[in-house]
Design a protein around this ligand. Structure first.
Ligand code: ZN
Length: 489
């Protein structure tokens, strides 16, 4: 396997040659959603960024075990150790069981990811399914003296940890600065220090999601789940840990501290972070009126939207920026992406039917080298896309008879173009599902016609067979005055 892939490691702040611990196996963990609401643009970016990375690593021949978790407990409202659990709050407001909230939004998240052509991860573990593992880690941290117990809750002792291992190595934050900028502790606060974080919280009487532990009936702190599930499914240390830049501190910083407090070693080799999406230059937020869910984008039902944008339009828009660059959403930018995507997919169709010639007027091998160089340079999709647009120019020129390609070059271009556009970038023609529908409609018309004929000829065995087989596929036929209609249940 060629090994010329460089990835930017947030930990070293450098591009490093990608050398997995156990090639060809690669372990990749990405922090998934906290499922208490519909997925929005901010969810689409990390999902698509790491989908691109997952797809490219697989293309390079790696066997990737991709773990993306579902946070279903322990993520409190202010992202720290206070406030209500986000899922419990939603459950209280909607009068649902918390796990109903979790299932509902997990299903919707999966639907949105499917529409965006984001491949499912290899394993999708839930925090609430790993309480035992999380308790074991807390016990270990307590044994090593880096945590303390107060009233049934357990907190990580950041200052004590920092005396042995530097705290803040990932985010570049210094503990002195953190101490001076975080608020003073209240008298009733259980923490010794404002920068300490919860490993276990004792549940209030009204708190529904609670488990037995040696310290109290309660629930784990948010940062602990990823430490527990990463270790369980990928071992320690593993290759890649990803997530949004907003998770770097404190979430990922705390993950490093938790692992080192257990066994003194860093849990992850390469830390990768995608940058954020802004909307017309502003952060996205419910209070700013620019909070747009994916469903609203797909339907166009939001005051900020001039029209509906298809899932592939959104995917291509996100891929047109490098994953570490900020990306600003606007109607104009999405409409420009829509045009670019159309050109790329149309050229893909043209490519299948253009003839080869006696000579090549373009250097296809150089074009292919450029494509790989872009992706090997920290998954630089915008540069790769610019080379694909050069391919579009060549394809259209050959189609117009202005340029030509030899049979060999045309073959190479077809293979590479298809691989990059459809497999690595994960783009697809959205009329596909429309064509599928047309096909189904056409086939059903044919079947209904055959059944009608068989009934006229009194061939009851045939008409019964058709009815029974369709029924097994959950397709019901309904005979009416206007003819026979069908529906699925
Ligand atoms: Zn996480």
């Amino acid at each position: 396997m060629e090994n010329n892939l460089f990835v930017y490691n947030t930990l070293s702040r450098e591009k490093e040659l990608f050398e997995p611990f156990h090639p060809p196996h690669v372990g990749m963990y990405v922090c998934g959603p906290t499922v208490y609401g519909d997925a929005h643009l901010g969810h689409a970016r990390p999902a698509i960024a790491f989908d691109l990375i997952f797809r490219y690593l697989k293309h390079k021949g790696y066997k990737v075990r991709y773990v993306r978790n579902i946070t279903d407990v322990g993520h409190l409202e202010n992202d720290a150790d206070e406030g209500e659990d986000k899922i419990a709050k939603k459950a209280r407001l909607e009068q649902l069981e918390p796990m109903e909230v979790v299932q509902h939004y997990t299903n919707r998240y999966h639907r949105d990811m499917d529409l965006l052509n984001v491949l499912p991860p290899s394993i999708e573990p839930r925090a609430s399914g790993h309480i035992i593992e999380q308790i074991a880690i807390i016990e270990h941290i307590l044994q090593n003296g880096f945590a303390y117990i107060v009233n049934g809750s357990v907190y990580f002792d950041v200052e004590k940890y920092n005396r042995k291992y530097p705290y803040g190595i990932l985010s570049g934050r210094k503990i002195e600065e953190l101490l001076s900028t975080t608020r003073e502790l209240d008298k009733q606060d259980e923490k010794r220090n404002s920068i300490d974080f919860a490993l276990w919280k004792k549940a209030d009487p009204e708190h529904i999601m609670r488990w037995q532990s040696p310290w109290s009936e309660g629930f784990p702190g948010w940062h602990l789940e990823c430490t527990a599930m990463g270790k369980k499914y990928l071992g320690e240390p593993f290759d890649i840990h990803g997530g949004g830049l907003d998770l770097m501190f404190p979430h990922h910083e705390c993950e490093i501290a938790q692992s080192k407090a257990v066994n003194g070693t860093s849990p992850v080799r390469y830390w990768l972070h995608n940058n954020m999406i802004t909307i017309e230059g502003q952060k996205m937020g419910k209070s700013l009126g620019n909070f747009i869910t994916l469903e609203e984008l797909f339907s166009g039902q939001h005051p900020k939207l001039e029209k509906a944008y298809s899932p592939m339009n959104i995917r291509f828009f996100i891929l047109q920026a490098h994953y570490r660059s900020p990306l600003d959403f606007s109607n104009a930018a999405l409409q420009a992406a829509e045009k670019g995507l159309k050109k790329l997919l149309e050229a893909g169709n043209t490519l299948q039917k253009i003839p080869s010639g006696n000579n090549s007027t373009s250097d296809i091998k150089a074009l292919i080298t450029n494509l790989y160089q872009a992706m090997d340079d920290d998954f630089n999709s915008p540069i790769a896309i610019s080379h694909l647009f050069e391919a579009v120019r060549i394809i259209n020129s050959v189609n117009d008879g202005k340029e030509s390609l030899t049979k060999e070059d045309l073959g190479l271009l077809k293979t590479t173009y298809n691989e990059f556009v459809y497999n690595i970038l994960g783009l697809k023609s959205e009329t596909e599902s429309g064509q599928d529908n047309n096909l189904v409609e056409g086939l059903m018309e044919l079947i209904i016609e055959i059944r009608k004929e068989s009934r006229i000829k009194k061939e009851w065995a045939t008409s019964d067979l058709i009815r029974d087989k369709l029924s097994a596929l959950r397709i019901q036929l309904k005979d009416g005055k206007e003819g026979t209609t069908w529906n699925t249940d």
